[in-house]
Design a protein around this ligand. Sequence first.
Ligand SMILES: [Zn+2]
Length: 382
Amino acid sequence: MTKRKRRRMKRGYVVLLWLMLAVLIFGIARVIRTAKKNPQEPTVPVMELETDTAAATESATWPPPTEPLHPASRRTDLPGESTTGRTTEYETDDTTEEDDTTEETDETESTAPLAVLQSEDGSMTCGQTHIYVRIANTKKVSLRLSGGVKASEIEWSVDDTNVADVIGSGEVIGLQAGTCHLIASYMDETLSIPVTVRELYVEDGCTFVDGILVANKSYSLPREYDPGLLPVTKKAFDRLCEDAADAGLDIYSHSDYRSYDFQIKIYNSMVSGYSKEYADTVSARPGYSEHQTGYTIDCNTPDNSFADTKEGKWLERHCAEYGFIIRYPLGKEEITGYDYESWHIRYVGREAAEEIMSQGISLEEYLDIDSYYHDDEEDEDE
Ligand SMILES: [Zn+2]
């Protein structure tokens, strides 16, 4: 073999080697590319996508939420009240985000009659017969519309702009304690909704809203507030018991006044016996118990089997006549912060009691206050 021939062969090998190397690089590149593509295809993300679609379909009956729906509006959605057929009867307003505290007030399971306000020709219906709003707070109502009434063409006003003002479609802001009307007008039709603007104030560490003393998870009482069972409560309850007895029923007090110090013992025993979470659903923290107000009585047996007794039914139907309300109603747990307690009554005076019980609302809704432990705020995700 000549030197030249050997050199040519060597060059041939080098070219071949380069070729093989090129094929190898190309192959690796392909493998990497397909490997990168594949992770996007597993079934899990597809399933997530399906859930999203399902959620979207579910909420399609609601106005497309520009803002996340308020938890309260979801709650109304769940009980499936649309089965009443009313929703098909009326065109719902699609252009604005409907506030649903309205429907919640009147459509949750409640023994109170379903009250609605209606314009003369019935084209505008409001499920809320009264708006309660505190100074500087806002409240919104939604209407059910029929007869071609368009939500965008309704004009909203109030008949006393010193008391409240309109800040949006069906939405008022409280300006000063008093009463006025929120008025929806469409051509000749009007719908007038009474508005009460409330004032919250603190006196000697006690919180009042329009003269009603408040004790719930948001508003506590000072340790020094120690009135015992107030005479006004006792007198009203005695009358209630007498009238119940005349009807052949036995209603009596299981427990009434509890001092701050006594509540410390109860709450702590619940926490040590069960847990803080459980204690908070059934017992108030010291200072937060309504039993400390002197306006509260637990009747007969502190158990919801009481609701099914003749006494329990009579109490719910008649307590307002004596100035009492069922303080923690069924279906209002999220608002009052407590489970339903058919036996726990609170004196608020006859006028307020009849307004509250006839509308099937809670004291929190009536006074436009919330009820949650503010120290827990950071622990809660909501
Ligand atoms: Zn109680």
